[in-house]
Design a protein around this ligand. Structure first.
Ligand code: BEZ
Ligand code: FE
Length: 272
């Protein structure tokens, strides 16, 4: 055995005694793939130190309002791969996509019809639809958290001067499973790119933009919680989302036939 393979074998042998089977599987697979990567790309000492500095900077960028590691996972396609493994498309349930870093648990619960875009100057829109269960029947009292960026492409938590929660809420469906609320038309926006992930995107010759979308997280007793977005047809970044989150079934057109644009989307939840 050559010297390089002997290092890999020694590490794997040491981990062979790991008592917990899943921890052993994860640890040994990580070492096999990490060592194979290093043997393929053959980093210099300086390159390996830069890699360690990159991961260090990624951790140091994290705060209560910024999760650079989620952003790294998203921009490397890892988040969507984990999503595909756990929520394969093709069933009756609505497709899922990335959670993203801007979800705030426990948003204000508002009555149906409320306006979630307090004081923002964007184009008003109505959002409406029906939430159905695995049998196709509408679900009364399903909970739905929604959040999205403003007309300039920023989330409330990114705006220092607007600390209160805005453009986000929890709604509950009515007796016919329907929901509706008012907001403003979102626009495409860049993922935060002033940190290590932004430097990585630049080095890779990639743009940081996500196509316009509204986030939803929905649930009901006996159903799996669904994390998804609805994207707007016609957005210039639908084909090149920086985080690979677009699925064709999640793209819809704004209905502009009435006095104001309507974003209409029906959701179907899978069984728990
Ligand atoms: C978002 O849609 O909010 C988002 C998702 C992934 C990375 C950054 C932002
Ligand atoms: Fe978003």
């Amino acid at each position: 055995m050559n010297e390089e393979d002997a290092v890999t074998a020694a590490v794997l042998a040491r981990m062979g005694g790991c008592p917990e089977p899943r921890a052993r599987e994860l640890s040994t697979a990580l070492v096999r793939h990490l060592h194979a990567f290093l043997k393929e790309v053959r980093p210099t000492q300086e390159e390996w130190m830069r890699a360690i500095q990159f991961l260090t900077a990624t951790g140091q960028m994290c705060s209560d309002h910024r999760q650079e590691f989620i952003l790294l996972s998203d921009t490397l396609g890892a988040s969507m791969l984990v999503d595909a493994i756990n929520n394969p498309t093709g069933g009756l349930a609505t497709d899922s996509t990335v959670l993203g870093p801007f979800y705030v648990a426990g948003p204000p619960e508002l009555p149906l019809g409320a306006d979630i875009a307090k004081g923002r100057a964007g184009e008003p829109m109505r959002v409406e639809g029906v939430v159905r269960g695995p049998d196709g029947a509408p679900i009364a009292d399903a909970w739905m958290d929604t959040w999205h960026s403003d007309e300039e492409g920023f989330y409330d938590v990114q705006r220092g001067e607007q600390p209160e929660l805005n453009l986000r809420a929890r709604f509950r469906t009515d007796a016919q499973g329907r929901f509706h609320f008012r907001s403003i038309v979102p626009t495409f926006y860049p993922v935060p790119h002033d940190g290590p992930v932004g430097a990585m995107l630049l080095a890779q010759g990639r743009h940081p933009f996500r196509p316009a979308h509204v986030h939803f997280m929905l649930g009901a007793p006996g159903c799996r919680t669904l994390v998804t977005h609805v994207f707007l047809e016609g957005d210039p970044y639908l084909e090149s989302d920086a985080v690979f989150g677009v699925k064709p079934s999640l793209v819809t057109s704004l209905d502009r036939s009435g006095p104001e644009p309507v974003l209409r989307y029906d959701f179907t939840l899978a069984a728990a």
